[in-house]
Design a binder for this molecule. Structure first.
Ligand SMILES: [Zn+2]
Length: 180
């Protein structure tokens, strides 16, 4: 089922989301619907507050570009990124590492706006999967960026908050047209 993607200005995008306490049928169905909604919108990530639910969960799929990471480990074992997609991330905790990299980002909740964002280039993410098991993933590239972007959403943080003053100047007209 396609869900409505809420847009900037909706207060749910600024909420600090609550932990998912029990992975029940409702959460499984929500994850499926979030994936369908993300693919339909041609996104690589979607967080629960973006469909109006202030819960600490998100979905990610960056398999459209098999070269977008240089490595990925799952519980300390080397894995092929495309084999692990999509990811359903519940109650994630993030550790950041590596030099900062600047890449252009967009957001399904901020239509028509793309801007360069500096972020650490390597992440270690610990989260629960739909079956309740806890995993640790370490990776870089677009997947590291997607983890950071989506987990920011769970704390009410948007990529606009992470722009340099110059990057913010560069998109001021688009922001004004969105009423931001
Ligand atoms: Zn976003």
């Amino acid at each position: 089922m396609l869900l409505e993607i809420v847009q900037i200005g909706d207060p749910v995008l600024r909420e600090k989301c609550s932990e998912v306490e029990e992975i029940n049928e409702e959460i499984v169905a929500l994850a499926e619907n979030m994936l369908e909604t993300m693919y339909h919108a041609h996104g690589v990530g979607l967080a629960a507050p973006q469909i109006g639910r202030a819960l600490r969960m998100a979905v990610i799929d960056v398999s459209h570009d098999p070269q977008c990471v240089s490595f990925m480990t799952l519980n300390d074992e080397d894995v092929k990124m495309v084999d692990q997609m999509p990811l359903i991330i519940i109650n994630p905790v993030l550790e950041l590492d590596g030099p900062r990299a600047i890449e252009t980002e967009g957001c399904l909740s901020i239509r028509g706006v793309r801007a360069p964002v500096g972020r650490p280039s390597v992440v270690k993410a610990r989260f629960q999967q739909l079956d309740g098991s806890e995993v640790v993933i370490e990776t870089d590239g677009l997947l590291a960026r997607a983890f950071q972007h989506e987990i920011d959403h769970l704390d009410g943080v948007l990529f606009l908050d992470r722009l340099s003053p110059a990057a913010k100047m560069g998109i001021r007209k688009q922001l004004r047209s969105l009423g931001v």
